[in-house]
Design a binder for this molecule. Structure first.
Ligand SMILES: [Zn+2]
Ligand SMILES: [Zn+2]
Length: 288
């Protein structure tokens, strides 16, 4: 990416709604490649929109959560034009068994133009994991495997194999001594401890890296302009299944085309994939 020319903004002030030091990775990129002057929101409690340690449940989608953070920043600052927020989610990989997948989004909203840009990054390179232990040794082993103390862990009470934070919740475990005493106290009270990786950005360097990649994707989208109206954010929005079978010509589930579209003016271009037909093994008729 070039830093010169084509910047979307000219030193405009933008607020990043975060409490977890995400500005470390987001600010330099937003400044250099988008021309934004980034400040961290003061007094916006982003944890109110859901935390990974489940003491506050997140409602709605990942994008809803990011939008809610941005909305909160706008409410507090009526003159503010631009705000950013990021949101992560972790869960099982849709195709690879026993493999976790992390999805990060970074959202930019321009209240004056109505522009909303969403940068994405998905990666299996995450330490998202948990373990239930009945003694300190098991907890310490797990911590070592997931990269503690560079990567944080959270120690919670446990009931029936599920986290039960009313039986203990230690979120800011910094040292091996802290960890030993947290495990000891939780196990004494609950019998077992639920130990999981801390997915808050400031305690998870891998996550920080993924947020950086999502920010770079946001820049890429900001620079992709609609050929009809010039609005930023022109991107692939849809993939259409139905590549015909090479034997019988029936449509298969394989992608036949991708669609690029503009939310501003509705301009839409369908681009066919390179393959002209699908192998019969993907066909429901020829290979049921
Ligand atoms: Zn357009
Ligand atoms: Zn067929």
């Amino acid at each position: 990416m070039e830093a010169s020319g084509g910047l979307l903004y000219r030193g405009d002030r933008a607020i990043l709604a975060t409490m977890h030091a995400k500005e470390k990775v987001v600010a330099p990129i937003a400044e250099r490649f988008l021309g934004l002057r980034l400040e961290v929101a003061r007094g916006v409690d982003t944890d109110a929109f859901g935390t990974f340690s489940r003491d506050i449940e997140r409602v709605g989608s990942q994008l809803d959560a990011a939008r809610a953070k941005i909305e909160a920043a706008f409410e507090r600052m009526p003159d503010l034009r631009l705000a950013l927020a990021s949101e992560g989610s972790f869960g099982p990989h849709p195709y690879i068994p026993f493999c976790p997948l992390e999805r990060e989004i970074v959202v930019l909203v321009d209240r004056r133009s109505g522009l909303e840009l969403v940068g994405h990054h998905a990666t299996p390179d995450t330490n998202f994991a948990h373990v239930v232990v009945a003694d300190n040794a098991g907890g310490l082993d797990f911590a070592e495997r997931v990269g503690f103390p560079d990567h944080g862990v959270i120690v919670m009470g446990c009931r029936d194999g599920q986290p039960a934070h009313h039986l203990g919740l230690f979120k800011d475990v910094e040292t091996w001594d802290d960890l030993t005493s947290a495990l000891h106290r939780v196990i004494a009270k609950a019998g077992t401890a639920f130990v999981e990786t801390d997915m808050r950005a400031h305690r998870n360097p891998r996550r920080m890296r993924a947020i950086k990649r999502a920010t770079i994707d946001l820049v890429r989208r900001a620079r992709s302009l609609c050929p009809a109206c010039g609005r930023p954010g022109y991107a692939v929005t849809e993939r259409l299944p139905g590549l015909p079978c090479s034997w019988c010509g029936e449509p298969t589930l394989l992608i036949r085309a991708s669609v690029q579209s503009c939310v501003g003016c509705g301009w839409r271009v369908e681009r066919a994939v390179e393959a002209a037909a699908a192998e019969p093994r993907h066909c429901g008729e020829c290979n049921p």
